[in-house]
Design a protein around this ligand. Structure first.
Ligand SMILES: Nc1ncnc2c1ncn2[C@@H]1O[C@H](COP(=O)(O)OP(=O)(O)OP(=O)(O)O)[C@@H](O)[C@H]1O
Ligand SMILES: O=P(O)(O)OC[C@H]1O[C@H](OP(=O)(O)OP(=O)(O)O)[C@H](O)[C@@H]1O
Ligand SMILES: [Mg+2]
Length: 282
């Protein structure tokens, strides 16, 4: 059976979602107006949909899996689970109001809140036992305060630039930390082929977080060097033509790899090379 996967058709998640699938070896559309695409080699059909709707399709089991934002998944109330966090589309979901007017989340009690994420806001109010009027707007919610429609907004904040422009500031703790997630139907067995799909995408995510480190070092310093680069299982050690020296190869986290090269150099390693990994299965 062909695996049916939903991908954001536009908005903040669309480009990065298609990119990670392409890197994972799947065909992706070249034309942003294309609605569906069949990858016959991998027996997968992709459906390009609004990320807000993707949670619903997957929750109902119409589609096998999809990529959407955690905030949109929560907001929809769809019965879908996160199978993988994808590391892009990061944002926070927060209350904001005119600068200096509100201090903590409980201050929203009795206000008029404008938001595109009514589900998240209502759930938060209920959990805290707070009462407020929630108005659903499609977008540009920041402007609703200036226009007198709301006292407070609850919205996605990434850089905070939009809030500043509107003369607003966040207050209270974030309601949610969001990022793009791969989702499947809650409580159901994964459909055939899904595990392979998940593993391929995970392989790209891991590859993005690691680099390959190669270097030559005198055997006398090998033990210390291996402590610095333990690899995933264990580093590969190969003999060198030069007496008393070996070549070492190990995967290391991308973060801090430059510092690691400095440390290896100080230890006496030479010919230190860092290369990108594009995909892996560990
Ligand atoms: N700067 C951002 N603005 C909006 N959404 C963002 C941002 N950064 C990450 N996201 C995430 O993208 C998802 C929203 O997807 P959506 O397709 O609605 O994006 P959008 O950029 O708001 O698109 P639209 O053009 O329809 O407003 C949410 O999961 C949200 O957390
Ligand atoms: O913190 P920032 O980096 O400024 O990003 C957050 C803003 O981006 C989104 O708006 P979008 O561009 O999607 O417009 P919309 O409100 O019409 O959805 C979101 O709703 C915020 O307004
Ligand atoms: Mg938007």
């Amino acid at each position: 059976m062909t695996l049916k996967i939903a991908i954001p058709n536009k908005g903040s998640l669309a480009i990065a979602a298609s990119e990670i699938l392409r890197e994972s070896g799947y065909r992706q559309r070249d034309d942003p107006k294309q609605l569906t695409l069949i990858d016959t080699d991998n027996d997968v059909e992709f459906f390009y949909l609004r990320p807000r709707d993707i949670a619903l399709y997957v929750g109902e089991g119409t589609l096998d899996a999809g990529i959407t934002g955690r905030d949109l998944l929560r907001d929809s109330g769809a019965k879908a689970d996160e199978a993988l966090t994808l590391g892009f589309g990061r944002s926070t979901f927060r209350f904001a109001g005119p600068v200096g007017r509100y201090a903590e989340a409980a201050d929203v009690a009795g206000t008029r809140i404008a938001t595109s994420y009514v589900g998240i806001v209502r759930a938060f109010l209920e959990e805290r036992g707070l009462d407020a009027t929630v108005t659903r707007l499609d977008g540009a919610v920041e402007t609703s305060i200036q226009l007198g429609v709301a006292d407070v907004i609850a919205d996605v904040v990434e850089t905070g630039a939009t809030l500043r422009q509107a003369g607003l500031e966040t207050f209270g703790e974030p309601l949610l930390q969001s990022e793009a997630v791969l989702i499947t139907r809650a409580g159901a067995d994964h459909p055939a082929g899904f595990e392979v799909f998940r593993r391929r995408v995970e392989g790209v995510l891991v590859a993005r977080g690691y680099v390959m480190m190669d270097y030559d070092i005198a055997e006398a310093h090998l033990e210390r060097a291996v402590e610095l680069t333990p690899g995933i299982e264990s580093p590969t050690i190969a003999p060198l033509n030069r007496e008393g020296w070996v070549a070492v190869r190990a995967m290391v986290p991308r973060a801090g790899s430059q510092r690691l090269m400095d440390q290896l150099w100080d230890l006496g390693a030479r010919g230190i090379l860092q290369t990108d990994i594009h995909a892996c299965r560990l």
